[in-house]
Design a protein around this ligand. Structure first.
Ligand SMILES: *Cc1c(COP(=O)(O)O)cnc(C)c1O
Length: 404
């Protein structure tokens, strides 16, 4: 047998260590559709419980929005279940191209390409665009998928401290003379801290050093910026950011799908050379129809984006008043700092018992000693939901000695 006892013991040992370190990922069953009010069975076999969800990326509440569901049904009826092909063989329907054009326009870019996920988008882009003559200067906290994508390309690389503009300047100055093409790579929102990359200052440095800018807007597309285009809109640098990668799996419906938007030639190269695009199935029509509906709703009105902003402000101010230590910021991601990993996980468990579903994050996802509960607001939360969450945090926080 190729799967030896030795290997089995080795894996079992690693899994045990993972559990003992408190790092084992224990999935919780949701018995309802995804929404702000959900039914959870945890632990498995326990009596199902109705709770308020404060840890989904369902920022705009489109995950189970009736019009989005109806559009997806229509996609299923009109265009079937799946494409059974990659895009370039026989997997491109007119609606795939329509979605790409609408996403390009929404993000303010010339062209766009649709992939199965943003993980795939980030895995595709660097290898196609950059070789050993080129250089990438990356924020230390970029997403795992950007790190993996960058690993696949042979460009020279440098890392700057998170959102640290003097360090970025140093790295750009060092690499500019050695590079044919130079690019700055960053998440536009750092999802563990809920803070934005300072794209205005990044744009100034990019101009100074003749560098392009590649940002990952997964945690901003649809809701940050005045009309929800993203952080590039927030900082008024929509044209200066050259390439944007983002997901349809968060604010933009929550199903699945990745987008890369940028100059025409960049997108054309990706269509011809991007491996996760060329060698992976086309996105199914249900998702394409659903995403088209989301863009239609988003461009028709900023109501949801405005509601989300108001919800985040309300939650932040009530939690501050209650005495919690929050990472300051303007996004709907609100980290409640606790420090100790065991405390964070205990607090999350106790909050679930109070009807509030949140998750504790600790090392290695965040630095040691900076364990936290990350709260994510949605436009679908009501003022009542928020009040209930603040009350539960206050009750559990007092009990555990987090606040007095
Ligand atoms: C969620 C996320 C991704 C991955 O997106 P998927 O479409 O779920 O693969 C990539 N980058 C960032 C910053 C993310 O938050």
């Amino acid at each position: 047998m190729a799967y030896t006892k030795k290997m089995q013991d080795q894996l079992a040992g690693t899994l045990l260590e993972t559990r003992e370190a408190g790092l084992y990922k224990d999935e919780r069953w949701i018995l309802s559709e995804q929404d702000v009010e959900i039914e959870v069975e945890y632990p498995r076999g326990a009596k199902p419980q109705k709770v308020l969800n404060f840890c989904a990326n369902n920022y705009l509440g489109y995950s189970s929005h009736p019009e989005v569901i109806a559009a997806a049904h229509k996609g299923l009826d009109e265009r079937g279940f799946g494409m059974s092909s990659v895009r370039f063989i026989c997997g491109t329907q007119d609606v795939h191209t329509e979605l790409e054009e609408k996403m390009a326009a929404f993000l303010g870019k010339e062209s766009a390409i649709l992939l199965a996920s943003c993980f795939d988008a980030n895995a595709a882009i660097f290898e196609v665009l950059f070789g050993p003559e080129d250089a990438l200067v990356c924020d230390r906290l970029i997403h795992a998928s950007l790190i993996d994508g960058i690993r696949l390309c042979k460009a020279q690389k440098a890392i700057y401290a998170n959102a640290d503009m003097s360090d970025l300047r140093e790295k750009l100055a060092e690499l500019r003379p050695k590079a044919r093409n130079l690019a700055i790579v960053t998440d536009s929102v750092f999802s563990m801290d809920g803070i934005m990359a300072p794209l205005d200052r990044i744009a100034e440095l990019a101009d100074e050093f003749d560098a392009m800018i590649i940002t990952d807007e997964c945690h901003s597309s649809g809701f940050l910026g005045k009309t929800g285009r993203g952080v590039h809109e927030h900082y008024n640098v929509m044209d200066r950011v050259d390439v944007i990668t983002t997901t349809l799996g968060k604010g933009l419906g929550g199903a699945a799908g990745g987008i890369i938007a940028g100059p025409r030639e960049v997108i054309e190269m990706l269509r011809n050379r991007g491996r996760p695009y060329l060698f992976s199935n086309a996105v199914p029509p249900t998702i394409v129809y659903g995403a088209l509906k989301v863009i239609e709703l988003l461009t028709a009105s900023t109501d949801r984006r405005d509601q989300l902003e108001a919800n985040a402000k309300s939650f932040r101010s009530q939690m501050e008043a209650a005495g919690f230590d929050l990472v300051p910021g303007e996004t709907p991601i609100v980290p409640v700092m606790l420090g100790d990993a065991k405390l964070a996980s205990k607090m999350a468990t106790d909050l679930l018992a109070e009807g509030i579903y949140v998750i504790g994050f600790s090392f290695p996802v965040v630095p040691k000693g900076q364990a936290r509960i990350r709260v994510q607001l949605s436009a679908a939360h009501t003022e009542e939901h928020i009040a209930k969450a603040v009350k539960a945090f206050t009750v559990v926080g007092r009990k555990l000695g987090v606040i007095s």
